[in-house]
Design a binder for this molecule. Structure first.
Ligand code: HEM
Length: 396
């Protein structure tokens, strides 16, 4: 009922074709953000050359599950796992219950559910395909700002589950984990949220817990920037139609942020809090003027601001960001445990993500308040076309 209500309020009830477009936040590095149409379908198609959940307009609720293959796993057991997941995911995304579902009623509510499966370096080792592992599928370099907790570290597999309903996320996540036992062991679960879609709020930008408009400058997802996100003709074996996924858990010190005044906050990112416009512009999509000076001759956009440091220095240094906020119960000595599950998709994380993260680690005013505490990288498998299973081309 709840999910149905949400879907109805967002105008989501209706067809099942699914546009699979990151319509709301698509733009270019030149700042030409287009606020295209939001999806009007209540289910997203599972079958196709690419997995859903990458360029799909971000749903409000998400969970990522990091799993390891059970000891002794081999190519056969990996095939079995992906066969089970393919069937279960296809059913869940179509709002149908997996065959072993003990709460089938929970699966029956269409909530734009997507499930995206990725594999880590350990997967390649376990299935005896080490020689085919893409070079970029390896631990990211250690950045000086990192304070990584092994609790949120690299795993053999990741499953990203997103939906308009938290019930749908919770149910699908559990079904996929339980359905895959004893082939896998769950190591961690991260949960994230964005603004729920409701009639009056539809199309609102994502604001992270610092209150910043986040996700303005993105590669276009209408085909022009496909090469930045998707693996094409030159893809490593078995990954054509796939991508890579970086998952960084970044703690945000909201208590220290409280102590910063509005000017310091806006200076730290180079954009206005009210509407996300660059400090030199009047609207969110205005390109920033990096040469503009204030009355005293200082740059209006600080050279160490997050935006300035994150901007591409080479045309390929662009990534598709799909972050979510988290707000977990704090430990006994803390008031908050909040931050960003920073998720990005790119064809090659070493070429595209690492140079950006290096510049941010060297100098980014946001580092005063943010600390990466988890890091993992995965190859996103290609989609499953009709009759195929996920990972089929890789595990032949
Ligand atoms: C831009 C916040 C971490 C890459 C931005 C913007 C905000 C923001 C508010 C400006 C609006 C926009 O274009 O989206 C944050 C916060 C972070 C974080 C709060 C951590 C808690 C990261 C990380 C990376 C990154 C880890 C990649 C290594 C980018 C890029 C842009 C951007 C590429 C667009 C820059 C441009 O071309 O204008 N971020 N970000 N961010 N961020 Fe982050």
């Amino acid at each position: 009922m709840v999910a149905g209500g949400l879907a109805a309020a967002a105008g989501l009830v209706g067809g099942c074709s699914g546009t699979d477009q990151l319509g709301v936040r698509a733009g270019t590095t030149a700042g030409a953000t287009s606020r295209g149409p939001t999806s009007n379908a209540s289910t997203v198609p599972f079958r196709g050359p690419r997995q859903a959940g990458v360029v799909t307009e971000p749903q409000p609720y998400a969970a990522w599950v990091g799993l390891d293959l059970a000891p002794g796993a081999d190519r056969d057991s990996a095939r079995r796992l992906l066969r089970v997941w393919t069937d279960d995911i296809e059913r869940l995304m179509a709002a149908r219950a997996p065959v072993t579902d003990l709460e089938p009623e929970l699966a029956g509510v269409a909530a734009r559910l997507t499930v995206t499966v990725g594999v880590g370096p350990g997967f390649y080792a376990a299935v005896g395909l080490e020689a085919d592992r893409p070079e970029w599928l390896a631990p990211l370099p250690r950045f000086p700002v990192d304070r990584l907790d092994p609790r949120w570290g690299q795993t053999d597999l990741v499953v990203q589950v997103c939906a308009d309903s938290p019930v749908a996320v919770s149910h699908a996540r559990r079904r996929l984990v339980v359905g895959a036992e004893p082939l896998v062991r769950q190591r961690w679960v991260q949960r994230g949220f964005r603004e729920p879609l409701t009639g009056s709020r539809e199309g609102l930008p994502f604001r992270n817990l610092f209150g910043q408009v986040d996700g303005t400058v993105q590669p276009a997802v209408d085909g022009i920037d496909d090469h930045l996100v998707w693996l094409g003709r030159d893809a490593p074996r078995g990954l054509r139609g796939g991508s890579s996924m970086v998952v960084r858990r970044i703690a945000m010190d909201l208590d220290r942020w409280d102590a910063a005044d509005r000017r310091a906050r806006e200076n730290a990112v180079g954009r206005r809090l009210s509407d996300g416009a660059p400090l030199t512009g009047t609207s969110e999509t205005d390109p920033p003027d990096l040469l503009a000076k204030d009355g005293l001759g200082f740059p209006v956009i600080d050279g160490a601001s997050h935006m300035r440091r994150a901007m591409p220095q080479q045309p390929h240094e662009r990534i598709l960001r799909r972050p979510y906020s988290y707000d977990d119960p704090p430990g006994p000595d803390a008031r908050t445990d909040s931050g960003l599950v920073f998720v990005s998709f790119q064809a090659d994380p070493v070429r595209q993500f690492v140079p950006i993260q290096r510049r941010l680690a060297e100098a980014d005013l946001l580092n005063i308040w943010t600390t990466p505490v988890g890091s993992a990288v995965y190859a996103v498998l290609p989609g499953a076309r009709p009759g195929e299973t996920l990972g089929q081309a890789l595990l032949i």
